[in-house]
Structures are given as structure tokens and as C-alpha cells.
Design a protein around this ligand. Structure first.
Ligand SMILES: Nc1ncnc2c1ncn2[C@@H]1O[C@H](COP(=O)(O)OP(=O)(O)OP(=O)(O)O)[C@@H](O)[C@H]1O
Ligand SMILES: [Mg+2]
Length: 224
């Protein structure tokens, strides 16, 4: 079998310390092969967001290892970690994490410029990504001038515009109406099926899960 593009080995994550310590992940093993579209499902609080943050290098496990695109993230220090992430991964956060003082277009531009794309080409790519999500004409709006669903679509444009090897998405359709949710899902599916990008998607939505190539279920900090 080819080397997995994302791999967790006995990953734990404990929040807090002493009496307040709470284990959100309790020894997760997971392998995702290149080209898979994996859904992670499970009850609220079971550790899905925590796992996604650890897999993508946004958070460090308390113990265990995470390998992303050939590099052991737990052995990388800054700024090498951030550079590696910018080169291989895109993220759609559950809470969007748009930068409030930047317009839609600037938010989408940011990862493109971070990885060193030329200005003009990056701007064109950013506008294309926004248009693809029905946001043409809203390039100059700040996040607080957009609806929740529009902010979510900017966050998706930001993750997909660089066409990263791996896309991590936390509830990407959580705040969208049925029609928009289907558009976003179609975009994610085509990133996977047509461009071969690997997707790891946290979702409660069975319509999302059914279009994934595999479903991983979590319960109380473990993959079951
Ligand atoms: N920063 C934090 N400090 C302390 N505990 C936290 C922190 N973040 C999450 N937790 C706890 O860790 C557990 C897992 O949280 P996580 O956000 O990963 O759940 P989830 O599966 O994504 O839930 P949801 O479906 O509601 O988004 C929960 O019990 C949560 O209360
Ligand atoms: Mg969550």
C-alpha cells in the first residue's frame, strides 16, 4: 500500500492539567490514503475538531505522532511547520476564522501570497474561487458585512483556491441552506474526484457522508 498522506499514530490530546485535565483524544490511529475523501462523524464533544486540528498541525498532540505529506508534524518546529502546512494543506474551520480587518478577496489571497504566488495571478485565482462559490461582487466586503453562510463560503474559497494536496474541513456545510450546501458539497467532491485532492471532512450531515469514500466514526476521543 502507498504511504498514507495523513496518518495519526496513538494520538492523545489532553486539555488543561491537574484536576482540570480532560482527555479529548485517547489514542487515535488513523490512516488516510492519497485521493480519499474521508468523513469523520460522531456526537458533539467526541473530539472531531480536536483531531482535525492535530492532523493539520494547527494543534500539537499531547502524545503520539502525526504524519502529513511525508513529514512528522510533531517533530517540526516553527517556522518549518507553518511553511509545510501552507505548502500542502487547506482548512475550513468550524468557526470560519476569517480575518476581520481583511476583505473577502484579501482573506482568500492570504494563503496564496503566503506560499509565494505572484500578486496578479493570486488575485485572479482568488476572484475565480469566490465567483465559483457565488460570491462575485462581494470581494470587497469585510466578514462582518457578510451573512454567516457567505462567510462560510469565503472560508471554503480560501481553503480551495491554492488547490492544496489535502483539505481539512470542519462542518463545511453547517451553516448553509440545502441548496448552498449542495453547491459546496459538489465543489468539495470535484476537488476530490477531478483534481485528486485528499479531503478529511468533519460532518454531522449524512448527505455529506454519503458522498465521501469512507466514514470514520468517533466516540469519546477514540475512533471506533
Ligand atoms: N480549548 C479547550 N480547553 C478545554 N477543553 C476543550 C477545549 N477544546 C475542546 N475541549 C473539550 O474537548 C472535547 C472535544 O472537543 P471538540 O471540539 O474536539 O469536539 P467536537 O467533536 O468537534 O464537537 P462538535 O461536534 O460540538 O464540534 C470536549 O469535551 C470539549 O469540551
Ligand atoms: Mg467541532
Amino acid at each position: 500500500m502507498a504511504e498514507p498522506v495523513v496518518e495519526a499514530r496513538q494520538v492523545t490530546r489532553v486539555y488543561g492539567s491537574g484536576d482540570a485535565a480532560a482527555a479529548a483524544l485517547r489514542g487515535v490511529d488513523l490512516q488516510v490514503a492519497e485521493g480519499e475523501m474521508v468523513a469523520i462523524m460522531g456526537a458533539s464533544g467526541c473530539g472531531k475538531t480536536t483531531l482535525l486540528n492535530c492532523l493539520s498541525g494547527l494543534d500539537r498532540p499531547t502524545s503520539g505522532q502525526v504524519i502529513l505529506a511525508g513529514r512528522d508534524l510533531t517533530a517540526l518546529r516553527e517556522p518549518a511547520l507553518t511553511r509545510h502546512r501552507a505548502r500542502v494543506a487547506g482548512f475550513v474551520f468550524q468557526s470560519y476564522n476569517l480575518i476581520p480587518v481583511l476583505t473577502s478577496e484579501e482573506n482568500v489571497l492570504l494563503p496564496l501570497l503566503t506560499r509565494g504566488d505572484e500578486q496578479g495571478a493570486a488575485r485572479q485565482r482568488a476572484r475565480g474561487a469566490l465567483a465559483g462559490l457565488g460570491l462575485a461582487g462581494k470581494e470587497r466586503r469585510l466578514p462582518n458585512e457578510l451573512s454567516g453562510g457567505e462567510q462560510q463560503r469565503v472560508a471554503i474559497a480560501r481553503a480551495l483556491a491554492p488547490e492544496p494536496r489535502v483539505v481539512f474541513a470542519d462542518e463545511p456545510t453547517g451553516n448553509l441552506d440545502a441548496e448552498r450546501a449542495k453547491d459546496v458539497l459538489d465543489l468539495l467532491v470535484s476537488a476530490n474526484r477531478e483534481r485528486g485532492q485528499t479531503l478529511v471532512v468533519v460532518t454531522h450531515d449524512p448527505r455529506v457522508a454519503e458522498r465521501c469514500t469512507r466514514v470514520v466514526r468517533m466516540e469519546s476521543g477514540r475512533v471506533v
